[in-house]
Design a protein around this ligand. Sequence first.
Ligand code: FMN
Length: 289
Amino acid sequence: MAVLTPCLALVLCVVVSFLVLRSRRQSKVVDPRGKTQADFKPWVDQDLQDDSQVPTGEDEEGKWADSNVEDDVPHVPYSPQRHPEDKMLQRSHHFYALMNQRRSVRFISPEPVPREVINNVVRTAGTAPSGAHTEPWTFVVVSDVDTKHRIRLIVEEEEEMNYRQRMGDKWVKDLAKLRTNWIKEYLDVAPYLILIFKQTYGVLPVKKTHYYNEISVSIACGILLAALQNVGLVTVTSTPLNCGPQLRLLLKRPPNEKLLMLLPVGYAAKDATVPDLTRKPLEDIMVHI
Ligand SMILES: Cc1cc2nc3c(=O)[nH]c(=O)nc-3n(C[C@H](O)[C@H](O)[C@H](O)COP(=O)(O)O)c2cc1C
């Protein structure tokens, strides 16, 4: 027994040391700000954090609606157009071919675009579904030359800091193939800039909850991209990091609105180029069960 005890202690010591070493190896690397590498997500714009609230009656900024249901809505018959199968196949192929030609274009022509076309593509975006039919979007269409230039100054100043300091080496390297940087000439050149704001809550006539507002607005943006492609206009989906608050003030939008996307819109410049990217084939993006 006297011989066994030191042996047991030795075995225990080895096992404990092994467990401590293994747990250290498995723990994540922690940077001096107390954040793990997995926490470092510079693309998560702080301004976009969801501040939609669950209605709790009155607060210092105004009264919340008890419910978003203002009136009872009548239900009406709905018979969408149906197509024969061969026609469906043809239409699905044509629409895919059209959308497959869509590219993010960073060289936009200054040629004017009819205003009514812009109105219609925004109308189309506004047909998107939205959580509890709250339609939590505002599309700010800018064609004023001075305002476009002010937008450019704000975006370029922030983007330079993003590229030089905030994004980190990995993100900058991942973007290298796209040859993007903080110079955004298209913000002056494009005949229209469409800035899409998500309304984190409604304000009229009383405050109301905008459920899933970011998902709803993102769907509207997707439909907007398709509508632009449909009329032969181009854009580049841009999410100018950390520019939201300044652009919101410049465009005099209320505090419940957060900038989600900025789309310069126009015809492609004659000498426009795009990176030669390929898209994943169906079998890599679809699982059929
Ligand atoms: C959410 C999102 C954010 C994007 N942000 C930017 C951006 O800030 N600047 C930019 O030049 N392109 C941006 N893009 C465009 C992508 O780089 C582009 O969609 C991608 O390279 C694929 O190219 P394609 O759009 O031509 O298919 C963004 C795209 C998405 C979907």
